[in-house]
Design a protein around this ligand. Structure first.
Ligand code: GLU
Ligand code: MG
Length: 493
């Protein structure tokens, strides 16, 4: 889930003091990278997938299924037995938000030959077997997008009560802090998002109504200070913590383009594909033990990390904040990056004007400058005391700090400094499927699609506001149906 720095995390009040510092140096770091590698050409296709997993325990006797909080322990063992002793080990493991989660990728990137596409499923199977070999009896490693009982009483093993009143990271009525990964990045993100926003995040998902659902459906919460009752909408499933979104699993693909311009072209073309593949892969109908009237995690995860203040959300006049911001940090992209996309950039883009001028005066073109200046309207959410003063020529942590907490459907990724990696693009909207067969089919499809787009110089672009409209609708109601009936009526003809 992004940059994992080590050290002592700062509180929100302290982090805020360094926000301009992080942005200024982040931009300098980007400029150093850009100037060094802008002419890089002829990189070959290399790509990789990321699969997120949940550890699930089945208590057959009591008919209970719970999430096992052993992700960190398992990660250490997997790394000790794998990448730490063998640089050619076929799998790599990384932490994820939930302490019941873990993320697996192939050990080395795949190349562009046809035969390699045939190895993807096998590699995913290896990952599953490798992780499964460490599990206790009646425990399984599952690729589920949203765990149906996430946030229900006793959903973890061991069981922990949520702590809405005491000092804690999320102060959730439902999601205990113990279910958050112990790496300080994750609880700091959780706490700082809440502090920056000025209140807990509020996620409301429409409840699926059958004839037994009370109407209106209104919940009363034990331990509620009054704020939750206000934040919870009638006829909705209410959730109040980052874990309800970031504690979901997804399937992502990153690939290396041959040059910066190919990366920008593919970023745009795939942006229009995001809502379609999101709808096709939609796999998340259950939240907090209820059946919802949506089938896709995106709107939930978007609300779960929405750190915007009331002023930024347009609920109060601007006073302490600089901008009104129309979207959460987890959302669809706001501008195309390639020349052919320019005429379809029809969304009002909030940008940091000073950063935009600095970038253009350093020779960055308008489209790239506004992309970066838009990402940089956000504050850093975590900062480690030991990582404040950096060498801007050889490090990129401040750039990555802002970049990796702009969780958009597509990510345009400049190469890390001093590496032989080229310009990359990440495709991020897909929900993870239950089987390795399905997951490998999705990722191979996306990579093959990029080859087809490049070979035939296809142009799928439509005004970006229309791409966003599909995204939003999907987060509201059953996605496939909406796509079929409203957005792509030609598919019915
Ligand atoms: N788990 C997140 C999701 O479901 C993605 C986190 C990441 O960017 O790795 O979208
Ligand atoms: Mg991840």
């Amino acid at each position: 889930m992004g940059l994992l720095s080590h050290g002592s995390p700062l509180s929100w009040e302290e982090t805020k003091k360094y926000a301009d510092h992080v942005r200024q140096h982040g931009v300098l770091q980007f400029l150093h990278i850009y100037n060094r590698v802008k002419e890089r050409q002829k990189d070959v296709l290399k790509w990789g997938d990321e699969v997120e997993y949940m550890l699930v325990s089945f208590d057959h006797e009591h008919q209970k299924v719970r999430l096992v909080l052993k992700g960190e322990e398992m990660l250490d063992t997997l790394q000790d037995q794998g990448e730490k002793i063998n640089p050619n080990h076929p799998t790599l493991w990384r932490p994820e938000y939930g302490s019941y989660m873990i993320e697996g990728t192939p050990g080395q990137p795949y190349g562009g030959t046809m035969s390699e596409f045939n190895t993807v499923e096998d590699n995913m199977r290896k990952r599953r077997l490798e992780a499964s070999s460490l599990l206790e009896e009646n425990t399984s490693i599952c690729t589920i997008t949203s765990f149906p009982r996430l946030g229900c009483p006793g959903f973890t093993l061991p069981e922990f009560p949520p702590t809405p009143v005491e000092q804690g990271a999320s102060k959730s009525l439902f999601f205990p802090d113990e279910a958050i990964n112990k790496h300080p990045r994750f609880s700091t993100l959780t706490r700082n998002i809440r502090h920056r926003r000025g209140e807990k995040v509020a996620i409301n998902v429409p409840i699926f109504k059958d004839r037994n659902t009370p109407s209106p459906f209104i919940e009363r919460f034990h331990n509620d200070s009054g704020d939750d009752a206000k934040a919870a909408l009638p006829n909705h499933i209410y959730m109040d913590a980052m874990g309800f979104g970031m504690g979901n699993c997804c399937l992502q693909v990153t690939f290396q383009a041959c040059s910066i311009s190919e990366a920008r072209y593919l970023y745009d073309q795939l942006a229009t594909i995001c809502p379609i593949v999101m709808a096709l892969s939609a796999a998340a109908p259950f939240y907090r033990g209820y059946v919802s009237d949506i089938d896709c995690r995106w709107g939930v995860i978007s609300a779960s990390v929405d750190d915007r203040t009331k002023e930024e959300r347009g609920l109060k006049p601007l006073n302490n904040n600089k901008y009104q911001i129309s979207k959460s940090r987890y959302d669809s992209i706001d501008s195309y990056l390639s020349k052919c996309g320019e005429k379809y950039n029809d969304i009002d883009l909030t940008i940091d004007k000073e950063i935009y001028s600095q970038l253009t005066s350093e020779g960055i073109d308008h489209l790239l400058a506004q992309h970066i200046a838009h990402l940089f309207i956000r504050d850093p959410l975590t900062l480690f005391e030991e990582k404040i003063h950096l060498d801007d020529v050889n490090e990129s942590d401040h750039f990555e700090n802002i970049q990796s907490t702009n969780w958009q459907t597509m990510r345009f990724k400049p190469p890390p400094p001093n590496s032989d990696i080229g310009w990359r693009v990440e495709f991020r909207p897909m929900e993870v499927q239950l089987t390795d067969f399905e997951n490998s089919a999705y990722v191979v499809f996306i990579v093959l699609l990029t080859r087809v787009i490049l070979s035939y110089k296809l142009d799928f672009l439509i005004p970006l506001s229309k791409v966003n409209a599909v995204n939003i609708m999907q987060c509201l109601r059953s996605s496939i149906k909406i796509l079929a009936e409203n957005i792509y009526p030609f598919t019915n003809r």
